[in-house]
Design a protein around this ligand. Structure first.
Ligand SMILES: [Zn+2]
Length: 587
């Protein structure tokens, strides 16, 4: 069979991008962006244009795959031995240099045949615009702190969700599509391109990698000893000095010192780290020109390809080992870190290329007015607070059990690539069961949900009846870190904290006061100590003295009519190996 490829003929000028034509000041809209990538795909056998989902406003989510062997699906690329670089632009569409930079790089490689050796052992999977609806809410007044492009998109989706808070809870349809895509590809390295807010300084680009305890140790070491030193040096040589994502202890004030952090699972690079893959958050500096921001991003792409191309075997091996470790017993038997605090005690001095500034007392507001002078670069020696301490941790169970009715949770497990079994028939299972005390919630919505802000619970071991279809989720699998963050209540993004289980905290049956007046007396007669206990409770809660209903509800809660499932976490923890063995017959 003869396969005939018809490749349209284009002249050199046909490939000038919208950004270049605008004198490096503007970025193309959704339609023009897609048209350009489609044109690249039609002209090059190395590029495929496809889509991976649909936005709430009905736009396709674009995806571009680049591979020199013409392999465009994960299995074929993995078979070829190539490493997969997964790049995401436009999660915050006002911060869009990632899109324009990759347009140039793919063109330069595919059409102008520049640096093509960079693709010898690496394939690129690229999302040009992740938040497509936000990208089309375009205007000159979307980001007040930022220096161009002329029109830029809006931070959140059409549903007003910030996708970079949604990686674990996955409420946005865009995020659900992303998770499926990520798990289909399981890339080797991840990049997420943003533009900062914050203070002025010299670096055109800053970055964060998860090297402070939440990523696999082998990958952490590789990031610290291979990727970061080489990337930093090459960026410097290319004229784009970089620094880690700058956060001052006092937001605007460099002399307050720099601080480090761990990104939780709601953030892109934090999530990817928990999926046992190294990822880098890239933040170009909002006060630099759009041209400098695009060019530094282009350079970072090129340099990252260089490093991956050189180290593709080692990185793939480390990723594989990280997966194996995440499903191993050594992983299970250690306390799993859920949240971190920064230590304010240990710091080291580091060089920081800032700019000169003065602080004026504002006669308008009385506040401190930081006036930076970007024409006066100034090198500082600053204390850097680098040490992170684990503030919450949990010894993980062997498995979690989730009753089948929690459909939206089960759906999320699938999206995260988590494997589970279903009970083939009803079963009584010995589990650790958690009952929450004093639950309370934030009084304003956050990302469309009301989060819990007080997580306290008691643990009891008991046999619980689970119906057929219940999900048994073994922790020993490559996604063990994600599983722990979903189910361990104390995690900052746990599903109970996000409100997935809010309904369990509602009292659904009540006693009429005339019924309970009688019943309470009966209860006291049977158990005289109850009276003293009741009086103590009344003394501790004086504001309830005139609330007959609440007082009688106190008795109702101690009666056999009380809802025994109220405040009880529906997720059970199986900690006993023998229980798992017994389950084999019903899984
Ligand atoms: Zn951003």
């Amino acid at each position: 069979m003869i396969v005939l490829y018809i490749i349209p003929v284009f002249g050199q000028d046909d490939w000038i991008t919208f950004y270049e034509k605008s004198d490096y000041k503007a970025t193309p809209d959704y339609k023009k962006t897609i048209a350009y990538f489609k044109k690249l795909a039609s002209a090059s056998l190395w590029i495929e244009y496809t889509t991976f989902g649909e936005s709430p406003q009905g736009r396709d989510l674009p995806l571009v795959v680049m591979d020199k062997n013409g392999n465009f699906n994960p299995a074929a690329i993995k078979r070829s031995g190539n490493a997969i670089l997964f790049v995401e632009a436009g999660i915050h569409p006002g911060e869009i240099e990632g899109k324009d930079a990759m347009m140039l790089l793919m063109r330069d490689m595919a059409i102008f045949k520049k640096d093509t050796a960079l693709l010898d052992h690496v394939s690129i999977v690229f999302i040009p615009i992740f938040n497509v609806d936000g990208h089309e809410r375009s205007g000159p007044y979307n980001r007040i702190n930022q220096n161009g492009p002329e029109n830029m998109g809006w931070r959140t989706t059409a549903q007003n969700l910030n996708l970079n808070r949604d990686f674990l809870k996955a409420d946005a349809p865009e995020m659900q599509a992303w998770l499926k895509l990520f798990n289909d590809w399981l890339p080797d390295f991840f990049m997420d391109i943003h533009t900062t807010d914050g203070a002025d300084y010299q670096y055109p680009l800053t970055y964060q990698m998860e090297v402070n305890g939440n990523m696999d140790p082998g990958l952490t070491q590789w990031a610290e000893e291979v990727y970061l030193p080489e990337m930093t040096e090459k960026m410097e040589d290319a004229g784009f000095p970089v620094f880690q994502y700058v956060a001052f202890r006092t937001w605007f004030d460099p002399t307050s010192g720099l601080r480090n952090g761990v990104a939780g699972p709601r953030y892109s690079q934090g999530y990817v780290a928990l999926q046992n893959r190294p990822g880098i958050l890239v933040e170009t500096h909002m006060l630099k020109s759009y041209k400098v921001r695009v060019e530094s991003t282009y350079e970072l792409y090129r340099i990252t390809l260089e490093i991956l191309n050189q180290n593709h075997r080692e990185l793939k091996k480390l990723n594989h080992e990280a997966d194996k470790h995440a499903e191993s017993e050594t992983f299970l038997n250690k306390a799993f870190p859920l949240n971190y605090n920064r230590s304010d005690e240990d710091s080291i001095m580091v060089d920081f290329r800032g700019v000169d500034y003065e602080i004026k007392k504002s006669d308008l507001t009385g506040g401190n007015w930081f006036i930076y002078d970007s024409t006066k670069p100034k090198d500082y020696k600053l204390p850097y607070f680098y040490k992170m301490e684990v503030s919450d941790s949990a010894i993980l169970p062997l498995a979690y059990v989730l009753p089948p009715e929690w459909l939206d949770v089960a759906e999320r497990l699938k999206l995260h690539g988590i494997k589970y079994y279903r009970l083939k028939k009803d079963a009584g299972i010995k589990v650790e069961s958690l009952t929450f005390n004093d639950p309370s919630w934030r009084n304003r919505p956050f990302e469309g949900r009301f989060m819990m802000n007080n997580i306290e619970f008691e643990t009891t071991e008991k046999e619980v009846d689970y119906p057929e279809g219940s999900l048994v989720i073994p922790v020993s699998q490559r996604t063990s870190r994600i599983i722990a963050h979903i189910f361990e209540p104390r995690g900052e993004d746990s599903f109970v904290r996000w409100g997935f289980f809010n309904a369990i905290f509602e009292q659904k049956e009540y006693a009429e006061t005339y019924v309970m007046e009688k019943e309470a007396r009966k209860m006291i007669k049977e158990n005289p100590e109850m009276k003293a206990e009741f009086e103590r409770w009344k003394k501790d809660n004086p504001r309830l003295a005139n609330n007959q209903w609440v007082q009688l509800n106190w008795f109702y809660a101690r009666s056999p009519w009380w809802d025994e499932k109220m405040n009880v976490y529906p997720v059970g923890r199986i900690v006993d190996e023998a229980v798992i063995k017994d389950l084999r017959g019903v899984l």
